[in-house]
Design a protein around this ligand. Structure first.
Ligand code: AMP
Length: 421
């Protein structure tokens, strides 16, 4: 017996069908806002991946030297490839550029429920605008995906890294040190954070401000007045006003959210609004979506261009739906089944299946089974209609159509089959 590689999965037909149905809902939602699908290679040059995520990412990558001695990595996510594609092909395109992707990603991680070595991400990137309505739209797209999938038990948390960066800027913390502070915030270790702020010489007053801001979490009405008070007289106030504008626009989209100024996302390229969505029932790996406003185009050799986007963990989305006992509805795709009453009518039955396939997906018995067994197969597979091809009916140009749901059967004229639709 051969085993699958660790952290990978096989998908049987039912599972695959559910995945495709959910995928369709994601695509339709992205397209309903005007985002267009793009595709990029499964593997990229290693330096593209490290340019975005730093050298530390290598231990989480599937990477290798190809036969030409080039360093290659299987993609761990899709924002870097999309940015590369944008810089190579789309910089001159009128703005904004609205792209979406759906693809498999690979990370060398310790597998557990909701964490795999091959998994799928679906996401959008809005490139070329830094207006609040763009940022609000990106969040609204993510929210609509969940509404359209029917997921109920989730929380959308929105924060703003620009506010945190401005507080640190006021304390003259250079950008690279801001990044390590944001990383530490993301890890959630309060003691380590306080130690680091001390070591980097962040002034007492700014340290206080930062720590208080990080604790703000709740409904907008409860949290924003406090934030205004804490940031009084600070440069970060401008960022807070901008944050409030985004939240205000989200109400137009009927998006329900929690303000959480403690979100740091732990990645250096985020500059402004950030958000995360958690499916509460998933336990440790409950984050199903993450995103925000970032600056990456320059990293890949293009002109500085504001961007905003998110990535859904598609596998976690499906797990979350299953846990709500909703799953994704699948029904048998085959609509028709054709069975001859006698093997000598096989060719006639096949001919009828060719005609019926023009109306909808159609199977024919391939096992030489007798009528009763063939009907049992159709019934087990929940195929809704069966054409029974009998000698006497054929002579009159007719075939029997049985509705498997009601048990009712009638004769239909073969010549009119495709006309009767
Ligand atoms: P990230 O690119 O790390 O921000 O991840 C975006 C989303 O992908 C996360 O919110 C997760 O839902 C999902 N994700 C990340 N890593 C994995 C993994 N190893 N297995 C399954 N889903 C993952």
């Amino acid at each position: 017996m051969f085993k699958r590689p660790r952290g990978t999965r096989d998908f049987l037909a039912d599972e695959m069908s559910k995945r495709r149905t959910a995928e369709q809902i994601l695509r339709a939602t992205f397209e309903s806002f005007g985002y267009k699908e793009i595709g990029t290679p499964t593997f990229e040059n290693l330096d593209l991946v490290t340019a975005k995520s730093g050298e530390d990412i290598v231990e989480h990558l599937y990477c290798f030297k190809d036969k030409g001695g080039r360093d290659i990595a299987l993609r761990p996510e899709l924002t870097a490839p999309v940015m590369r594609l944008y810089v190579n092909e789309l910089q001159r395109t009128p703005k904004p550029v609205k792209l979406y992707y759906f693809g498999n990603c690979f990370r060398y991680e310790r597998p557990q429920s909701g964490r795999y070595r091959e998994f799928w991400q679906a996401g959008i990137e809005l490139i070329g605008t830094d207006r609040a309505e763009g940022e609000a739209e990106v969040i609204a797209v993510a929210f609509d995906v969940l509404k359209n999938l029917g997921l109920k038990d989730f929380e959308l948390h929105i924060g703003h890294i620009g506010i945190l960066r401005k507080i640190l800027e006021e304390s003259s913390v250079p950008e690279n040190e801001q990044n390590s502070i944001l990383n530490t915030i993301d890890k959630g270790d309060g003691e380590e954070l306080e130690g680091l702020l001390h070591r980097l010489g962040v002034m007492e007053e700014d340290r206080e401000k930062l720590l208080k801001i990080l604790e703000l979490r709740g409904q907008e009405k409860e949290v924003l007045p406090g934030a205004y008070r804490i940031l009084e007289g600070s440069k970060a106030l401008e960022e807070l006003k901008r944050f409030e504008m985004i939240l205000d626009l989200l109400k137009v989209f009927d998006v329900e959210f929690t303000v959480n100024l403690g979100i740091a996302r732990g990645l250096d390229y985020y500059t402004g609004m950030v958000f995360e969505i958690y499916a509460n029932r998933l336990g440790a790996e409950k984050q199903i979506c993450g995103g925000g406003t970032y600056s990456l185009v320059e990293t890949f050799g293009g002109e500085d261009t504001p961007s905003c986007g998110f990535a859904f963990g598609f596998d976690r989305l499906l797990l979350a739906l299953e846990l709500e006992k909703k799953g994704v509805q699948v029904e048998c795709k085959t609509r028709f089944f054709v069975v001859p009453t006698d093997q000598k009518l096989l060719k006639d039955a096949m001919k009828i299946s060719v005609i019926v396939r023009k109306i909808g997906p159609c199977e024919i018995d391939l096992m030489g089974r007798k009528l009763k067994k063939a009907m049992a197969y159709a019934s087990n597979h929940e195929i809704p209609f069966v054409f029974i091809v009998g000698e006497e009916e054929l002579r009159r140009g007719m075939v029997i159509l049985k509705n498997m749901g009601t048990g009712e059967q009638r004769e239909v004229e073969i010549a009119r089959l495709t006309m009767d639709r």
